[in-house]
Design a protein around this ligand. Structure first.
Ligand SMILES: [Zn+2]
Length: 148
């Protein structure tokens, strides 16, 4: 599980210039892991596609702020409300191949084309022309000409 790399995440990282030397994908993973380890965000597919506010709604805000400050600055510092607002609007995604939520796409349907054998006694064969996958978490459907 990780945070989606979006404008909210990018703005928060600007709070600490030292952090900007790290690869953004690593920050997105470490950042989320910090909250999972602290017991503030549950590592469950139910949180895929959710924003931080939804995932932490039943946790004490003070603990969320402490964890955010410690991750950003390595110590407890006041967090500006705009920064906290961006934080609350960050999206949590899984590590799978669904572009929307990070869930893992599953085969859903396919379309086939008949290829005549050219011989009356030999049945035609079929070639898959379109693979259709569905995300079990968010319901996203994607079509692909090749198998994923
Ligand atoms: Zn999905």
């Amino acid at each position: 599980m990780k945070f989606k790399i979006d404008s909210h995440l990018l703005r928060i990282i600007q709070e600490n210039p030292g952090m900007q030397t790290e690869p953004i994908s690593k920050i997105a993973e470490d950042f989320c892991k910090r909250f999972i380890d602290a017991g503030l965000i549950e590592d469950t597919p139910e949180n895929y596609g959710a924003i931080v506010l939804q995932a932490t709604y039943d946790k004490p805000v003070i603990r969320v702020l402490e964890c955010l400050s410690t991750f950003l600055f390595g110590e407890l510092k006041p967090i500006h409300c705009d920064v906290f607002d961006d934080f609350c609007n960050m999206t949590i995604i899984g590590d799978g191949n669904c572009q929307v939520c990070g869930g893992t796409l599953e085969p859903y349907d396919s379309e086939e084309r008949e290829i005549p054998s050219g011989d009356y006694d030999i049945p035609p064969t079929y070639k898959v022309t379109k693979y259709i996958y569905k995300c079990p978490v968010c319901g996203q459907i994607i079509q692909s000409e090749t198998e994923l």
